[in-house]
Design a protein around this ligand. Structure first.
Ligand SMILES: [Zn+2]
Length: 116
């Protein structure tokens, strides 16, 4: 359950942000999460509701935008994405190469915090 650790750091960041910039209540937290992180949005919200009790973030809504997993092939230079839920050898769909870099899919970004 790594969602709990992630949620704790999101809460801390949100509270620090609010303390620095003023604001009494955190309304909404926008996250960008890569598919590869394998984080369940529902669990983040559930944990958040629990650990944010009694803080200015109590009742805040977590909004998650997922970014797809995209690789760039080192052999042919083209990019491709893949369905990670399918258990298969990962090769470039264009040329079959095993040489590639992850471009997106590992993000974990707090994009925006709405306070009032
Ligand atoms: Zn390729």
């Amino acid at each position: 359950m790594h969602e709990l650790a992630v949620t704790k750091s999101i809460l801390k960041l949100a509270l620090d942000h609010t303390a620095r910039n003023g604001g009494t209540q955190i309304l909404k937290i926008h996250l960008v999460i890569g598919e590869m992180r394998n984080l369940e949005e529902d669990w983040i919200q559930r944990y958040f509701d629990y650990i944010a009790k009694g803080t200015p973030a109590q009742g805040a809504v977590i909004n998650v935008a997922k970014t797809p997993v995209v690789f760039a092939c080192k052999t042919c230079g083209r990019s491709f994405s893949t369905d990670l839920h399918v258990d298969q050898k990962l090769v470039c769909i264009h040329c079959g190469s095993f040489e590639y870099d992850l471009v997106t899919g590992r993000e974990l970004i707090v994009e925006k915090i709405e306070v009032c």
